[in-house]
Design a protein around this ligand. Sequence first.
Ligand code: NAD
Ligand code: USQ
Length: 475
Amino acid sequence: MRASLLAVVSLLRHRAALGNIHSLFTQHALRVNAVNGKVDKSVCRRAGFSVDGGTIGNAPNHDVERENMKVAILGGDGFCGWPASLYLSDQGHEVIIVDNLSRRAIDEELGAESLTPIVSIEERLAAWTEVSGKTIGFCNLDVAQDYDGLLEFLTTERPDAVVHFAEQRAAPYSMKNSRTKRYTVDNNINATHNLLAAIVESEQDIHVAHLGTMGVYGYGTAGMKIPEGYLDVQVDAGENGIVEQQILYPSNPGSVYHMTKVLDQHLFAYYAKNDELRITDLHQGIIWGTHTEQTQKDERLINRFDYDGDYGTVLNRFLIQAGIGYPLTVHGTGGQTRAFIHIRDMVRCIELALNNPPARGERVKIINQMTETHRVRDLAELLAKISGAEVAYVPNPRKESSENELHVTNDTFLELGLKPTTLSEGLLHEVEEVARKYAERVDRSKIPAQSLWTKQQQAGVPDSVASDATDTAQA
Ligand code: NAD
Ligand code: USQ
């Protein structure tokens, strides 16, 4: 049969929101502790919650009215997970963070630190209780490696929803060498699959909200708007005529990291079909900014802010570079167009996604979590204009299109009430100020992107920095 994909997009209609989930349960303080980097299963076990002294047994956790949800945040110590945990706790949800602190370990491995001084998870949680009067639980657990611990956690805690941030998320780190490639695949795919298998085994109806990426689509749009996950196609079935189908938008990942998110998509599709798990996959653009209302309440609640060549993302890197007087490192021509979302909108999107889960039996709900697109060189030129920074066009360490257009559909969150926080001079200055405040913590040698996609690429070192290094070496 000659099958050709003829055509193209139309927006999928999103099912009506199911309405807010309300909780019968009172807010119940619980704390699951980290013990020497290992899962303290005895503590996890003890953390079962009860109302009026009676343990909630096997009550179904999907069809009761709830004011607040019990939400497990996998990866809740990270750049997105920490502010999301604080935000959801602030809104009155019961939050438990699950994290193996691997991101902190990678900082040590790379000899790079967050620009902002982040305190230990124990201090963070204690500070939040002091500031807000609320308690966030914590379980130190490797979601990718400790399946039994994860199953026990779900069985004991019975969360209404799990937000899954727990993956290795840097494309450059994933491309450094075969060890980091293998780690990224093992960690990300196992984390996602363990979660799905454990939910099935626990026999609970837990809504999973996963942080995926715009990068699953690739960034070329063939002149159209990228839809929210699914593409309407017409297949020429020969004598049977034209057959209409909806398929996952064809993937085109640009790194091993992005590829793991493509593989995640297929795991989700399978478990939604076979086990009727309720899954939302949030295809998120590049986050910028660092503070949220909650992280600003106390210095000990400060969010991490990556600037190094592996974990720093483009706009945040430019802001830090502008703040400390380092040339803005535009890769190649800077013609790459990407999707962006401010960190304060990210936390709100998570809440909106949790409040509007798909129904059981429904296919995976895919939402594009981005608010605007920008071309990299335009961002650099804008910052140069408002801050006086120098722009350096450096070799591109990545193998990627040098120029691309990007048009994205993002109706779902707008219809659910998101009011986008778009790029403004005021916000750009605010972030740059953070960089200035902590400028003495910056290790300038960690700034250039050194991870090469292939041996043909070169590191993204500005000429002025390379010649300074040569001068210093010769002196
Ligand atoms: P991050 O590295 O700061 O946080 C990830 C957290 O997950 C870390 O605290 C880490 O310790 C934890 N973790 C990783 N593997 C784990 C495991 N096996 N078990 C338990 N915990 C584990 O990353 P982030 O920027 O907060 O990103 C969170 C998610 O959002 C990622 O999945 C990423 O792909 C996605 N995302 C991020 C951005 C962005 O710009 N930062 C953009 C789009 C999507
Ligand atoms: N870039 C520069 N100069 C820099 C850093 C980056 O020109 O100093 C360019 C890159 O070459 C690339 C673009 O900026 O073309 C974006 O790079 P990035 O590091 O900001 O973003 P990316 O590697 O795609 O990854 C980040 C997050 C990842 C998330 C993804 C969303 O680390 O977790 O999934 O953004 S998206 O880009 O929409 O796929």
